[in-house]
Design a binder for this molecule. Structure first.
Ligand code: SF4
Length: 281
């Protein structure tokens, strides 16, 4: 077992990218398409034209202003260093072109497994979810065991089925935690949670304890909204305005989602997350 299991405390920080120990897998393995998030397109398996020989990014300091905002909102949850250093034993795709294709196929699978570990670890850190901690720990252990597999075993995994099992457990956690929220005045949002909320004006709304699981909140106005103990699992927060909003105690909110949103110095985030630079200027 890795350090993650040996220490079941608040250790979400261990499930995030360590680019120093990764051969820039996200910059090579993944495709991107010309859009508001990427100034140009490229196919998966092709190195980004901004990638340098030492695996660093030529425009790292200016990604947003250079039209590569999409790169600032991607998180591998530590999959990059795991694939680079453990699965492929520290051998780079550059030095071993024969294995490159396999590396690039394994990486997105590992990213999904590590993302699940991140959410499961967050759930394990929640006191209110203690009735489910046994189940959570078992599925965490199983997920981590899968990440330790060989390239061939990783490529054979039925990831969608595993995701459903993890997702159902996280939904149970969410229900337990949100059921403890008092003075919820937002019953209608229970039904709307998965609906399209693109561009919705929810300024100043009391949305405490709502599930936004999988919701499209793109460019929605959530200024000054009460978003305490909301579930944001998989919600799309691109350009969502969180200025002045209170997201204390929110569930399954990630740094990548926060980076994709807008906010300001008055936005309150869970302790494990930080305001991105573009909120502070
Ligand atoms: S722009 Fe930089 S961070 Fe984004 S894919 Fe290219 S090299 Fe990677």
């Amino acid at each position: 077992m890795t350090e993650i299991l040996a220490n079941n405390g608040n250790n979400l920080h261990q499930l995030k990218a360590d680019c120093e120990n990764c051969f820039a897998l996200c910059c090579v393995a993944l495709p991107y398409a010309q859009s508001a998030d990427f100034a140009k397109s490229k196919d998966g398996g092709i190195p980004c034209f901004h990638l340098q020989s030492d695996y660093s990014c030529k425009i790292h300091q200016n990604l947003r202003t250079s039209g590569f905002k999409g790169c600032t909102v991607y998180e591998c949850y530590g999959a990059g260093q795991k694939v680079s250093q453990q699965t492929f034993h520290g051998v780079s795709w550059r030095n071993s072109p024969d294995m490159a294709e396999e590396v690039f196929r394994v990486f997105p699978i590992m990213q999904q497994l590590h993302e699940m570990l991140y959410y499961l670890q967050e759930a394990l850190n929640l006191q209110e979810a203690s009735p489910l901690h046994g189940k959570l720990q078992r599925i965490y252990n199983k997920t981590e065991m899968l990440t330790d597999g060989s390239p061939a075993s990783l490529l054979e995994l039925d990831v969608p089925t595993h995701r459903i099992i993890v997702g159902n457990l996280l939904s149970e956690v969410s229900k337990i935690v949100r059921s403890k929220v008092k003075d919820r005045k937002n019953k209608k949002f229970k039904a709307m949670a998965a609906n399209d909320l693109i561009g919705a004006n929810l300024k100043g709304a009391n949305l405490k304890g709502v599930s936004f699981k999988g919701a499209y909140l793109i460019a929605a106005n959530l200024r000054d909204a009460d978003l305490r103990v909301c579930d944001f699992l998989g919600a799309d927060l691109r350009d969502t305005d969180l200025s002045g909003a209170d997201l204390t105690g929110s569930l399954f909110l990630t740094q990548a989602q926060v980076n994709a949103a807008r906010g300001d110095q008055l936005t309150k985030l869970p302790k494990s997350l930080s305001p991105p630079q573009h909120w502070l200027v």
